[in-house]
Design a binder for this molecule. Structure first.
Ligand code: ATP
Ligand code: MG
Length: 545
């Protein structure tokens, strides 16, 4: 076949281009981190719409988080312009809401059904045990799981409805397919026929949501489910320096799920710094190391930074706070880091997985919203409601601050405000445009990249995570190793791995050994960093752990 050319595919390498240009039918793109899977998917959709005449409203792209959906929407808007408005880019949950809103009556709900928060669910569960769902739905409420489960029930019972949606979305793509769960898988099976134009993209070695019901088995059997599937591999990594990449591959190799894993540097990377290893006495010292290193990479100027265009001896020019991310296994680790960084004058922002609706201030505010009248902008109504409850719930003030951007976006549509709030407001507190260092859990770091990454707490018992007295199953430990792999591969130019000899957890201070995963990282890719961060030190030749 002639090599497809066209402006939209020009930004891709030959393998990516071949994947993006597959004419139709089931397609599996299996590839490691940083190989441009998400980029290829975005370009494929743009190519289909603008160069192959596929109607934009027939395209559905499913992403793992709402933030990822927003990013993809923005990217598509720059690639295809106006037509981007007709594309559907959504998480599984947002997609489920849409199907439910369109067919609410079939599920016994009104068009205004609401999504219950955790507290409402708990209460109903306590009152009604398993009959819980019946009472929930009778109150015109659904829970988070229902958002995918109910559409699956509706579609399973109604072949005409299945046909309706199959006609509507004839081109479906799913990013991070390795982390779909059983219900999401069923929904996809219903929406896409065996020969349908379904594109699944992912990396089995980055499957990290087993604890939440995800099953990498669905990815691994894609070609059985869709025997006609094209299978494309991408092997060039555009993200990370060669030491970071090689070390990450070493770390995942013992338990890789990809038999023929191939992952090479794309060759154009500007920097190949060694991985910095740091052994700290305790978590405070570890946090201080992070603060100090950020300061040094910024040219020691974070306290009075007038000197922005500076190029230092490492060539680390042009770094700013938002180029840095600190990744950790548990959100409890954020505290020492926030304290140390803030003390050093380094601004931080946390990307958390907590749902906003689990905060007491937000919960009350919603309830209060019903009482403040039914007209006017969401923004004014939220303000009014917050005022009314501020003296009984202090959290309402902070809650209000966090909710304003969303409220403003929703205009006068309170239903949209409620839906968005319960769907994905977990990441709304994180502003991608803010010049701050990101603090985030390894789970939340999926799909992202940062020029400089600190992976802290590389300790046995923390990464891999182990609860006192518990013997973890091997598969659990493998998943922890994949988390370590995901964390390492977020880094573009600099990666630091640190561990502390002592850490307080669950109210007690415990001694900790370095993570066994570190022993798989070859010494040739690392340099040990002590009190001060030395630059350009020669790598030691002995094994480091
Ligand atoms: P992950 O598994 O972590 O989700 P991914 O495979 O989805 O990674 P992307 O995020 O799409 O990878 O791409 C990684 C980085 O490499 C991005 O900054 C992207 O813009 C860049 N990149 C990908 N392909 C190319 C290319 N052909 N030319 C230049 N840069 C590229
Ligand atoms: Mg990706």
């Amino acid at each position: 076949a002639p090599e497809p050319t066209g402006t939209l595919l020009d930004g891709l390498d030959p393998d990516q281009r071949a994947a993006a240009a597959v004419p139709g039918g089931p397609l599996l793109i299996i590839a490691g981190p940083g190989t441009g899977k998400t980029r290829t998917l975005t370009h494929r959709i743009a190519h289909l719409v603008t160069e192959r005449g596929v109607p934009a409203n027939q395209c559905l792209a499913i992403t793992f988080t709402r933030r990822a959906a927003e990013e993809m929407t923005e990217r598509l808007a720059t690639l295809v312009g106006e037509q981007a408005r007709d594309l559907t880019v959504a998480t599984f949950h947002a997609l489920g809401v849409r199907i439910l809103r369109e067919h609410h009556a079939k599920a016994g709900l009104t068009a205004e059904f609401a999504i219950a928060d955790e507290q409402q669910c708990e209460q109903l569960r306590a009152e009604h045990g398993e009959l819980y769902k019946k009472h929930l739905h009778e109150q015109d409420l659904v829970d988070f799981d229902d958002l995918v489960e109910l559409p699956v029930h509706l579609l399973s019972a109604d072949p005409e409805l299945v046909e309706h949606y199959r006609r509507r979305w004839q081109w479906i793509s799913v990013d991070e397919y390795q982390d779909v769960d059983e219900t999401q898988y069923q929904l996809l099976r219903l929406l896409s026929p065996a020969h349908g134009n379904l594109t699944a993209i992912g990396d089995p070695d980055q499957a990290i949501y087993r604890f939440r019901g995800a099953d990498v088995g669905f990815f691994l059997r894609f070609t059985e489910d869709y025997p006609a599937a094209h299978r494309v591999q991408l092997t060039r990594n555009y993200r990370s320096g060669k030491h970071i990449l090689a070390a990450a591959v070493q770390a995942i190799t013992p338990t890789t799920l990809v038999a023929d894993r191939a992952l090479h540097p794309a060759g154009s990377h500007p920097e190949h710094a060694l991985i910095g290893l740091h052994h700290a006495v305790d978590e405070q010292a570890e946090a201080a190391f992070v603060a100090r290193t950020i300061d040094q990479l910024l040219g020691g100027s974070s306290f009075h930074s007038l000197d922005t265009g500076r190029v230092d001896s490492d060539g680390t020019q042009g770094l700013s706070f938002d180029d840095f991310a600190v990744l950790y296994r548990t959100s409890a680790q954020a505290r020492a880091l926030t304290e140390a960084l803030t003390r050093a004058g380094i601004p931080v922002q946390k990307r958390s997985h907590d749902r906003l609706t689990d905060r007491s201030g937000v919960r009350r505010l919603l309830r209060e919203l019903d009482l403040v009248g039914t007209t006017g902008t969401v923004r004014d109504r939220v303000r009014q409601a917050a005022k009314a409850i501020a003296d009984i719930d202090e959290d309402a003030y902070t809650a209000l601050e966090l909710l304003m951007p969303l409220a403003e976006r929703c205009g006068e549509d309170l239903d949209q405000f409620r839906t968005e709030l319960s769907l994905g407001a977990e990441v709304d507190t994180w502003d991608p445009r803010a010049d701050r260092v990101s603090l985030l859990t390894l789970h939340a770091s999926k799909g992202l990249e940062f020029p400089v990454v600190f992976l802290v707490g590389c300790e046995d018992g923390l990464l891999p995570m182990r609860w006192p007295g518990e013997q973890p199953e091997p598969e659990q430990v493998n998943e922890e190793r994949r988390l370590f792999f995901v964390g390492m591969t977020r880094a573009q130019r600099h990666l630091y791995l640190s561990h502390a000899a002592e850490r307080s957890r669950h109210g007690a201070t415990r001694k900790a050994a370095p993570s066994p995963f570190l022993t798989d990282v070859g010494a040739e890719h690392c340099e040990r960093l002590g009190e001060a961060v030395p630059r350009r030190r020669k790598p030691k030749q002995e094994r480091l752990f």
